[in-house]
Design a protein around this ligand. Structure first.
Ligand code: ADP
Ligand code: ZN
Ligand code: ZN
Length: 723
């Protein structure tokens, strides 16, 4: 019987496509998982072979054009995880595979090395140095390199005109450039001695190597989880195996990477979605090797090949950035766990504020639980106070008590951090005379006032417009910014503390990795300053000078329609608090709220995150919310509301499976965005398998629905946000 190839092709269709093998190749030589160039309509695409299928009669099929590489592109456990993920997340396999393959690997483009991967090393020559003018850029770079080799990435944000300086020093033969991957052995630093808690954690993790066991490492902020990872990683590398470290999007700072590079005797490759195609392609090829190495990266690094994977570490495992919010909506933690199961690999999930899902898995006996309850070194946990702002007159969002606390801290030469989860100057521009406010026409939500850029900007669709001088409705001059953004806090604090640098860290002030680094480098330098920022500032950073952390407004998550809002708020409070007092001095945390009596604060303050999580899990269980049930959201958007209503109503009618309930069509919490009407269906089941059975029956019917091609729709399995 003739045998054909069933191929996953990167197109938004759920089915596989059949081809004959290329003219000069026998089918037995084509492995499952191999890449193949195939004709598709008038185009040529790179597909991946999923099955060899026997067919009865000689089929009239097109032949594949050529075989890219007879070997499978993914190691077996990853391949099986990808097949699982495409099914589980109800996403076309061809596109799922394409998102796991960087473009150059798909297309076989040339991949030139990038300057970002360079390390500079000095060839000291005092005579030559004497000829460089003191204070010039080349002299500054020469002096900086006296302490040892440095990453170009960090060097170029610290030294003015770094590119010119580098060129000059190269001309003079005063420096060598090394590839980052070859460099680490040359400047290893030594580890601090582990405390008993850390040593115990390392022992527990090492005991799991070689098997599929997941360890939840619940360690308070500053407890030294990274040291635990490093010690466990050294063991894995010594066994000749590889390690995958997943970090949140904003956790992949050069400091973090440098810390790993300085401590491990193996190449450390970085991997994130911002890598240019060439760099990602090179990382992919290097990660296909068998030798001991480490890949550290954000969500998509879960697809790094790593054939000798011996340990997966997911740092800040609760972080929302592990879930992709568009297209292939996978959760990197869950894909990693499946990958570990297929590969029989140990996993460490680390966090000070574990996801409720992970704690529920501990309670079900699925994970080993290891805790670190004290801060490493000599740091003390901070004191936390809730401030009732109903009794205070706030000035630009800050009360008198908070302002004087900031003043005290900077007067002592220490650093204060002010967190506000809103960028821009003010969330609304409002007319006092007629009540007009600045709504985006396409989103029915207010424009945010950005004073620095002198624009109104819609944070939902990015539309911009000039700031009106007079009210567009009544021509009054009384337009007033309402509410507080980071830009306003920055302005107010600068005015109040003119002698003290106020450093803002948000997506406007840190538009590039370099700008981000520059701000962090200043904070690390340790001089008195006030840091103002969003999430970017809240997580992970180990700044020893910060002794005061202020949460300017903790009300957002308290009475939200999103059942996960309180979990996120509790995590945020603990994470922001965790930035304070990591050095020698004890830290202090001030939380401003209109609801100081709220149970969330009471529980967090008296029992910490574990008490909050315990209470919240009981609540979720009583309400049959995840992790005590499973959910899928079917979203649809179109210019016309009747279309999406009809599409979703039809879809709702197609769902009939015991144990599965359907709610909707419901208007999405954000019912209009960028000119599109939005609505959704919520499918729920106590048993995950019921939900998946229903989904599998539903999927082909959705694809063939007459409206499916006329509107935008998507499925979100295990959604983590309702919008
Ligand atoms: P976490 O990730 O748990 O918040 P880190 O790993 O960043 O904590 O460690 C917090 C700080 O404590 C870091 O500055 C780290 O260098 C330091 N540290 C960690 N372990 C030890 C130890 N055993 N002895 C001394 N200092 C330590
Ligand atoms: Zn008006
Ligand atoms: Zn808009």
């Amino acid at each position: 019987m003739p045998v054909i190839l069933r191929v996953a092709v990167p197109v938004p269709l759920p089915e596989l496509f059949d081809y004959l093998p290329p003219a000069d190749v026998t089918i037995a030589d084509i492995a499952l998982g191999a890449r193949l160039r195939v004709p598709f309509g008038a185009r040529e695409l790179i597909g991946v072979v999923v099955e060899h299928a026997e067919v009865a009669a000689s089929p009239k099929l097109r032949a594949a054009i050529s075989l890219f590489d007879p070997a499978p592109v993914f190691p077996e456990p990853l391949w099986r995880s990808l097949l699982w993920a495409a099914r589980y997340y109800a996403y076309p396999l061809g596109e799922a595979l394409a998102s796991a393959l960087p473009a150059p690997v798909r297309e076989r483009l040339e991949t030139a090395p990038s300057h970002r991967d360079l390390v500079l090393r000095l060839r000291p020559d005092p005579d030559q140095r004497a000829k460089l003018r003191d204070g010039s850029a080349p002299a500054a770079m020469y002096d900086a390199l006296l302490d040892g080799p440095r990453n170009w990435t960090t060097l170029r944000v610290q030294i003015a005109q770094a590119a010119t300086a580098k060129r000059r020093l190269l001309q003079l033969g005063l420096i060598d450039t090394l590839s980052l991957d070859d460099a680490p052995r040359r400047f290893q630093t030594t580890a601090p001695e582990l405390n008993p808690g850390q040593a115990n954690a390392v022992a527990q993790i090492i005991a799991t190597l070689g098997g599929f066991t997941t360890t939840l490492l619940e360690g308070i902020t500053g407890s030294g989880k990274t040291e635990v990872y490093l010690a466990a990683m050294q063991q894995v590398l010594a066994r000749g195996e590889q390690v995958l470290v997943l970090v949140p999007e904003i956790g992949l700072t050069p400091q973090t990477v440098a810390r790993f590079r300085e401590r491990l005797a193996a190449p450390v490759l970085t991997w994130h979605s911002g890598l240019a195609d060439g760099a990602r392609g090179r990382a992919f090829e290097r990660a296909r090797s068998d030798s001991p190495l480490v890949v550290i990266g954000t969500r998509s690094a879960v697809f790094a090949p790593l054939p000798k994977l011996g340990l997966i570490i997911i740092d800040e495992e609760h972080d929302a950035s592990f879930k992709q919010h568009e297209g292939f909506r996978y959760h990197a933690r869950d894909v990693a766990l499946v990958r570990a199961k297929h590969g029989v690999t140990a996993v460490v999930l680390g966090s000070a504020t574990p996801a409720l899902e992970s704690l529920a898995n501990v309670a079900r006996g699925r994970y080993q639980h290891v805790r670190l309850d004290t801060r490493a070194g000599h740091a003390q946990p901070p004191t936390v106070e809730v401030i009732d702002v109903r009794r205070e007159r706030l000035q630009d969002g800050l009360g008198a008590g908070v302002l004087s606390a900031i003043g005290d801290v900077v007067a002592r030469g220490e650093q204060a951090l002010v967190f506000r989860n809103r960028r821009g100057f003010a969330p609304v521009l409002h007319c006092i005379d007629c009540g007009w406010h600045s709504d985006c026409e396409r989103c029915d939500r207010p424009y945010t006032l950005h004073r620095g850029r002198a624009r109104l900007i819609c944070h939902h669709c990015s539309r911009e417009r000039p700031i009106p001088k007079q009210c567009p409705a009544c021509n009054s001059d009384s337009l007033t910014p309402v509410g507080i953004g980071t830009e306003r806090l920055e302005a107010a604090l600068t005015q109040r503390f003119p002698q003290i640098p106020v450093l803002r860290l948000d997506r406007d002030s840190a538009r590039s990795a370099d700008q981000f680094e520059r701000v962090l480098a200043r904070a690390h330098a340790g001089e008195a300053c006030i840091l103002v920022g969003t999430q970017m500032l809240a997580k992970g950073h180990d700044l020893h000078g910060v002794t005061l952390a202020v949460i300017a407004d903790a009300d957002g998550g308290l009475y939200s329609a999103d059942p996960r809002a309180s979990e996120r708020l509790a995590q945020l409070v603990v994470q922001v608090a965790g930035r304070a007092g990591r050095g020698a001095r004890r830290g202090r945390v001030l939380i401003q709220t209109h609801h100081p009596e709220h149970a969330l604060f009471r529980t967090l303050l008296s029992g910490g995150y574990p008490a909050f999580a315990h209470a919240e899990l009981r609540l979720r269980e009583a309400l049959s919310l995840p992790p005590f049930s499973s959910q899928v959201i079917l979203r649809a958007e179109a210019r016309e509301r009747p279309q999406i209503e009809r599409f979703l109503r039809d879809a709702a009618a197609m769902v009939c499976h015991d144990g599965v309930s359907v709610a909707g069509p419901l208007a999405a919490p954000h019912a209009r965005r960028a000119g599109y009407e939005r609505a959704q269906l919520l499918l729920e089941a106590v048993q995950r398998r019921d939900l998946h059975a229903a989904l599998e029956a539903l999927l082909p019917q959705i694809y063939t629905h007459p409206l499916a091609r006329k509107l935008r729709w998507s499925l979100d399995v295990d959604p983590i946000a309702v919008d």
